[in-house]
Design a protein around this ligand. Structure first.
Ligand SMILES: Cc1ncc(COP(=O)(O)O)c(C=O)c1O
Length: 382
């Protein structure tokens, strides 16, 4: 059954849902910050959740075999990646796995290489753990944000470097890394014998006709030095249900990770497990329609911004636009957007305060209203 775009057009009042996104700003501000969409979850997920809730008993729950199979099928059919069920580690979220990986696979004073600007937990994890952050600038190449590979090699070559944290597809740059770009990253990681933690949470939100290439799927050496982090939460808008997973093919790394998480990182939420099975087994139609809707929103946003001093580079994946506001004669672009009535994320959170990140995972009418506000405000500053 086709999912009509009207499903995504519907404006949903989230004010009574304890939504982080909608609680942050006063009522008159349109919130377009945290990576959470304003769409209903797919019907199949809602039905699966209702059925599970109807069972009425909510005791401790282990990961059902059906979920392991659903993930394996998903990884195989979408990325041609065969993963053994035993290599999966089920988690209540992805961020805890990022922090845990840094803490257990490096020591105080070790260097962690992170291409950025990037989702702030990739830099926060090394900082909070007392590691030395080796930031590598992402630069625009043919309108795509990519790591400066010379700087990347120089950072990896530093004596204390132990690990690389990657984000693919990239948040906030929107880059979907090509196989050859990942191979170039791998050859440097291999040369300096570094572990790689690859945050691939946005892997099913590719808006161009491009494949997602899981870093660990490149070859056997990569598989042995990589921890892959994925989740259905961004794609199916179910972040509040708390489910993510890691793929750790190296048995020693996996065992160390599992030992370290024991007693500290809880098992996933039972409803998260239920939703994840349904998402991967039955969510394809909804997913395809979502991508089409997001593509149209992205194109509409790009077309409206093209007539302004705000610059948006090509966005291959995610529903998060990384917007260069440096041409505006304003002190703080984030405040400028906020005063216009649009609550974006400040670029400062990711490493560049001249930018803002705008979440267009919302009904087109809401995006249109936000763009009208931004355009009106621009008339006063340029
Ligand atoms: C790149 C990236 N990783 C991780 C997360 C959050 O993951 P979780 O909610 O599973 O902890 C986000 C959320 O925006 C993200 O963009």
């Amino acid at each position: 059954m086709d999912v009509s775009s009207s499903v995504f057009d519907r404006v949903i009042d989230r004010s009574e849902m304890s939504s982080d996104k909608w609680a942050k700003y006063p009522e008159q501000v349109i919130p377009m910050w945290v990576a959470d969409m304003d769409f209903d979850a797919p019907e199949c997920i809602k039905t699966a959740l209702k059925e599970r809730v109807e069972q009425g008993v909510f005791g401790y729950t282990h990961t059902p075999k059906a979920l392991v199979l659903a993930i394996q099928n998903h990884l195989k059919s979408r990325y041609d990646w065969s993963v053994s069920g035993g290599d999966l580690v089920h988690l209540p979220g992805l961020v805890c796995a990022l922090h845990l990986s840094v803490q257990i696979f490096s020591e105080k004073g070790d260097g962690i290489v992170v291409p950025g600007p990037v989702y702030y937990h990739l830099t926060k994890a090394p900082e909070l753990a007392g590691r030395e952050l080796h930031k590598v600038d992402m630069v625009l190449q043919n309108d795509r944000w990519l790591p400066d590979m010379q700087a990347f090699e120089a950072a990896c070559a530093k004596q204390n470097s132990k690990m690389v944290l990657l984000c693919n597809p990239h948040n906030p740059g929107g880059t979907v890394f090509r196989r050859k770009e990942l191979l170039a990253i791998h050859s440097i990681a291999e040369k300096y014998d570094l572990l790689v933690v690859s945050d691939e949470i946005h892997c099913d939100l590719i808006l161009e006709n491009l494949p997602h290439v899981p870093f660990a799927s490149l070859n056997e050496d990569v598989a042995q030095r990589t921890i892959t982090l994925m989740a259905p939460s961004k794609t199916f808008n179910i972040a509040g249900l708390g489910y993510a997973f890691a793929v750790i093919e190296n048995a020693k790394l996996r065992q160390t990770f599992k030992q370290a998480r024991a007693g500290l990182v809880a098992s996933p939420n039972m409803l998260g497990l239920t939703a994840a099975i349904s998402a991967y087994e039955d969510g394809q139609q909804w997913h395809q329609s979502l991508l089409e809707y997001l593509r149209q929103n992205r194109d509409y946003l790009a077309q409206r911004l093209a007539n302004t001093p705000l610059k948006m580079s090509s966005l291959e994946g995610t529903y998060l636009a990384w917007i260069d506001a440096s041409a505006l004669s304003v002190e703080d672009p984030y405040e400028f957007f906020l005063n216009a009535g649009v609550g974006v994320s400040s670029g400062k959170d990711f490493g560049n305060a001249s930018f803002v990140r705008l979440n267009f995972g919302c009904p087109k009418s809401v995006l249109e209203q936000a763009l009208n506000r931004i355009e009106a405000a621009l008339k006063n500053v340029v």
